[in-house]
Write a protein that binds this ligand. Structure first.
Ligand code: NAG
Ligand code: NAG
Ligand code: CU
Length: 341
């Protein structure tokens, strides 16, 4: 698929939680002209480089988005957070090329609609100590992270008479392998996810199924290898390779809803993983901007046979204005305005 695409002071934390939603829901920023200079730049920072207070404040803002009503009431989403997930569900069949902008819009919603004022964040998997289980990563911390694994036996997939769940079944027992169980620790243990699995609408817990075996993709050497790609065509094939690419193996590493092409956005980690992927793409672009900034290729839909063009329109139903692929490519210009640290 084509990726133009992404305990210290509890009193303070509680104060932030108490003031979750801002009184005015409309973001102050009027739409800026795509391609124009940015007035502010978001310096994106890796999760473990945020201060503990920023991490707690980020998690509070995710809860806030999950409590705010959706902007567009006609969608099945019942929350603003769900509306981002719904956009991914809607766009999966058309383009998987929207993830860079989805990560940007999500980061912006945390700041403009909730009270997060730290940097947009991402997961650099190569910083997880390879000698420890991945669940020891600060990403999965039950207090300053996103909580841990799904607990086996706590989740049963719904019956799926219309074949809408899109649960992967490449081998016998795959359902229980990927959809291991409900996350039962950390900040999202009591979450009710309304959309998913797949295109189904079922109230369920946040489902994960962490599988250590997929860490092979996250050695520094392997990420470096991805960065050695000479053309975007080569880059996208390497990063999206189903077995060895860092895109899919990260989704499978977290497991559960993250493995679902439609409902993956159920997990707040979706945005950190795609931020990490977006950063790899960004680094690849920055290594030779003259040749790489506007280098794109691939079909507009998963498995499609057309070729994307710079003028191809990406649309974000209830999230923001349409943008062209061209306008998503230079992170230093509107409507992107970010740099990875
Ligand atoms: C069910 O949907 C999946 C795609 O999610 C498709 O690959 C499969 O062929 C479908 N099965 C049937 C019986 O229609
Ligand atoms: C955004 O794009 C979608 C899909 O191409 C299109 O249906 C819609 O009319 C566009 N909206 C605007 C405001 O251009
Ligand atoms: Cu993805």
């Amino acid at each position: 698929m084509f990726i133009p695409r992404f305990v210290l002071c509890l009193a303070v934390s509680a104060a932030i939680t108490g003031a979750t939603a801002l009184p005015t829901t409309e973001p102050s920023s009027a739409p800026k002209v795509a391609g124009s200079k940015c007035s502010t730049i978001d310096y994106r920072r890796e999760w473990r480089d945020l201060t503990v207070l920023q991490r707690l404040s980020y998690i509070d803002a995710v809860h806030c988005l999950h409590k705010l009503p959706p902007h567009d009431k006609t969608r099945a989403a019942t929350t603003r957070f769900g509306e981002f997930q719904a956009t991914h569900i809607l766009l999966t069949d058309r383009v998987h090329s929207v993830v860079r902008h989805l990560v940007t819009l999500y980061g912006r919603a945390l700041k403009e609609e909730c009270v997060y004022d730290g940097p947009t964040t991402y997961w650099d998997w190569t910083r997880d100590d390879p000698s420890l289980p991945v669940l020891k990563s600060p990403i999965f911390d039950p207090v300053t992270g996103f909580g841990g694994d799904g607990v086996p036996g706590t989740y049963t997939l719904p019956s799926d008479p219309k074949n809408e769940s899109a649960v992967l079944t490449p081998f016998p027992g795959a359902e229980a392998f990927f959809y291991k169980g409900c996350v039962q620790d950390g900040p999202f243990k009591d979450w009710v996810v309304h959309l998913g699995p797949g295109r189904m609408v079922t109230d369920h817990c946040l489902v994960r199924g962490v599988q250590e075996m997929f860490r092979y993709a996250y050695t520094t050497a392997h990420v470096e290898e991805t960065l050695q790609s000479k053309t975007y065509e080569e880059f996208r094939i390497v990063i999206d390779d189903l077995m060895f690419g860092i895109h899919g193996s990260g989704l499978a590493l977290v497991g559960g809803e993250m493995t679902n092409t439609y409902s993956a956005g159920a997990d707040p980690l979706f945005y950190l993983h795609h931020g990490g992927l977006d950063r790899v793409w960004w680094k690849w672009q920055q290594a030779d901007p003259a040749n790489r900034l506007y280098d794109i290729s691939g079909p507009t839909t998963q498995g499609g046979s057309d070729t994307v063009t710079l003028d191809f329109m990406l649309d974000f139903p209830a999230l923001g204005p349409n943008i062209t692929v061209r306008d998503s490519l230079d992170s230093s210009l509107e409507p992107n305005c970010f740099i990875y640290e």
